[in-house]
Write a protein that binds this ligand. Structure first.
Ligand SMILES: [Zn+2]
Length: 311
């Protein structure tokens, strides 16, 4: 979820997969050195084939998407790229959906590379439903009681529902954040705890978007001392199971999570992060995973180093 879409939206984050979608455990991850060259990452061509509904790869389609297609079947058009099935209203044209598909294919390659060449655990198409018309979006949101009414987008398993935001910048930010959630669902087994899921979406959303635009940015220039004004303690952060009701606390949750991911990326060897993420998503306690991957003796030491880093 984006910051604006977090409240009462926890359920939308559930990584629900149909039983048929359960695949065997992914093979061990390859080392990050197998990564594709950067030029291939940014400049890969995107295929776009318009298809009929019955020709779609529907293996990753969840009930919410199925219902949309059934109830308004005649209003939707569809196209498939290498990894995405795009759905857009015939009346709204292909332009927006195509732009979303291009950014999505980029994020697919980017996240897979950043996670050390991780294998796709669900190697079939993600479904993205685009809405350019606010009335259509609001009408759809009314059928989603768990999603806050001011959301622009939400990801559910391998599906994403996306309204065109009022500015291009906001649009790209929202898409990058949600797309990271979607990619984590593809590439990571299990389920990261709330803080890690949002921290990763904030971190890769920001850096992925920069890379998509061809901008080189080092995390060390973003995460530095004095950069985080109001932080949660790590003990509290790791214990949070659902979005706080208080807006200020929600902001702290996102900011601290993002900064802690940044701290691990900047202060520790970056290639250790995918293993840490995989272990915590698989159910290992944070403290144990921090010990295993980063040699921290205990939480107090992590907190001390982290505080020194952001203050
Ligand atoms: Zn999120």
């Amino acid at each position: 979820m984006t910051r604006a879409g977090h409240l009462a939206a926890a359920a939308a984050l559930l990584l629900v997969f149909p039983a048929s979608a359960v695949l065997p455990t992914a093979p061990a991850r390859a080392a990050a050195t197998n990564a594709a060259p950067r030029a291939a990452l940014t400049n890969a061509p995107v295929s776009w084939t318009e298809v009929k509904a019955e020709e779609l790869d529907q293996r990753g389609l969840l009930p919410t998407g199925k219902r949309l297609l059934e109830e308004e079947g005649d209003k939707w058009k569809h196209a498939q790229t290498a990894h995405f099935a795009m759905h857009f209203a015939a009346s709204e044209g292909t332009n927006f959906a195509w732009k979303v598909a291009v950014q999505s294919e980029f994020f697919y390659r980017y996240i897979s590379q950043e996670l050390g060449g991780a294998q796709d655990r669900y190697p079939y198409h993600s479904h993205i439903f685009t809405f350019r018309n606010e009335t259509r979006w609001k009408k759809f949101l009314k059928t989603q009681p768990d999603v806050s009414k001011w959301s622009y987008s939400f990801a559910q398993g391998l599906c994403m529902f996306l309204q065109q935001a009022e500015t291009t910048k906001k649009q790209s930010d929202v898409l990058a954040h949600e797309m990271t959630h979607l990619m984590v669902n593809h590439f990571i087994e299990g389920r990261p705890p709330l803080w890690l899921n949002e921290g990763v979406a904030e971190y890769y959303g920001e850096f992925g978007l920069s890379e998509f635009r061809g901008l080189k940015r080092h995390p060390g220039s973003v995460f530095k001392s004095g950069g985080l004004r109001e932080a949660m303690t790590l003990e509290r952060l790791f214990a949070i199971a659902k979005y706080p009701g208080d807006e200020k606390e929600v902001h702290k949750l996102y900011a601290t999570s993002k900064y802690f991911v940044g701290f691990l990326m900047v202060k520790k060897p970056r290639e250790k992060f995918p293993g840490f993420l995989a272990d915590v998503a698989g159910g290992m306690a944070e403290v144990a995973a921090l010990q295993k991957h980063y040699d921290f003796p205990d939480l107090a030491t992590v907190q001390k180093e982290f505080t020194r880093f952001y203050r």
